[in-house]
Design a protein around this ligand. Structure first.
Ligand code: UT7
Length: 325
């Protein structure tokens, strides 16, 4: 049977030039390189300067993805930007990225699922592409979390970084088997009862301010390891694949211990796990496309590889997608 599949045809990323090490942070708050590395695996993060807004980083990442795909602005008819740190309340960061790239056709919108935003973005773009509503989509995760951190709160400010990553998805006719390239399936979940474990204490409709990130890290940790593996199990079941057949596991990069515990629980070998949290910190919706770009550029991810992406974020929101690269 011939069906449409959303095939990854390019990826790119962008990081601010400024690198901040754990030792740099230890001069600012009561913390240490040893604590941060032992609890999270993070060694450094990139932080945006005042000129580097989310759309600026997003435009750079999308431009790199378009170059990688050998496509131009005229080829894209959908831009989805996953972000929790938009330049402004409105217009959407996606429309600013669209304009910055010189794309004047199709639709662009932001998608808000916090750290799960990129997985939500891939799942959403896949619906547009496989139903024929769009032909080629840029899905970008772009964040400047440094702007919503409480820099006095050592329990959160050491964890996050800024950056952006993007992929180009193209609708292609496919025989539709699990061996054919493209997004095989995506499973999304959310449960708003967990709001108080990870949230921002402000917003345009409540305080009229931007607010700061607040998190009960232990509770998020427990949920991340204990519950979110359901979507990964779903992805394997729906595609008729298994952990043994997986080539690369590219999870949201929040904490090395969460990632390794999840991989162990699912029977995914440690050498198949792509880890960038040491270099990037937690860049929320940008973390997966940043990691995909690293693993693609260093030659690990090759065409035809089976790649699992997975994330959990505030809400809680969580999801997984299985991609034949
Ligand atoms: O992307 C969104 C998803 N977010 C996450 O996935 C984050 C999930 N949670 C985590 O990654 C971990 O819970 C943390 C890394 C945030 C914390 O690790 P933990 O092992 O859960 O530590 P804890 O919160 O239980 O804190 C242990 C101790 C506390 O001191 P006491 O009460 O035992 O005296 C904290 O005050 O570590 C202290 N502490 C710190 N010490 C040095 C907390 N933050 C720091 C710090 N430096 N930066």
């Amino acid at each position: 049977m011939v069906a449409l599949r959303s095939v990854v045809v390019g990826c790119g990323s962008s990081l601010p030039a400024r690198v901040v090490t754990n030792d740099d942070l230890a001069r600012r708050v009561e913390t240490s390189d040893a604590w941060i590395v032992q609890r999270t695996g993070i060694r450094q993060r990139h932080l945006a300067d005042e000129t580097e807004t989310t759309s600026v980083l997003g435009i750079r990442a999308c431009r790199a993805a378009l170059e990688d795909a050998r496509l131009g602005p005229e080829d894209i008819d959908l831009v989805i930007c996953a972000t929790s740190t938009p330049d402004h309340t409105f217009p959407s960061t996606a429309t600013q990225i669209q304009a910055g790239l010189g794309i004047h056709q199709g639709a662009a919108f932001d998608l808000q699922a916090v750290c799960a935003g990129f997985v939500y973005g891939v799942a959403t773009a896949d619906k547009f592409l496989t139903t024929g509503s769009a032909r080629r989509a840029l899905v970008v995760g772009a964040e400047t979390f440094s702007r919503i951190l409480d820099w006095e709160d050592r329990t959160t400010c050491v964890l996050f970084g800024d950056g952006a990553g993007a992929i180009v998805l193209e609708a292609r006719e496919s025989a539709g088997t699990r061996d054919d390239r493209g997004v095989l399936n995506a499973s999304l979940r959310s449960d708003g009862r967990h709001r108080d474990k990870l949230y921002v204490d402000g917003g345009p409709g409540s305080t009229g301010t931007t607010g700061h990130l607040r998190m009960t890290g232990k509770e998020v940790f427990r949920f991340a390891v204990g519950s979110v593996t359901d979507v990964i199990a779903d992805a394997f079941r729906l595609s008729g694949t298994s952990a043994e057949e997986l080539d690369w596991f590219v999870p949201h990069q929040a904490n090395r211990r969460i990632i390794e515990a999840s991989a162990d629980k699912l029977g995914i070998a440690r050498e198949k796990v792509v880890l960038t949290v040491d270099r990037h910190g937690n860049t929320s919706a940008a973390s997966i496309p940043l990691a995909l770009d690293v693993a693609r550029k260093d030659g690990r991810i090759r065409d035809g590889d089976l790649v699992m992406i997975e994330a959990i974020g505030g809400g809680f929101t969580w999801g997984a997608a299985l991609i034949r690269w």
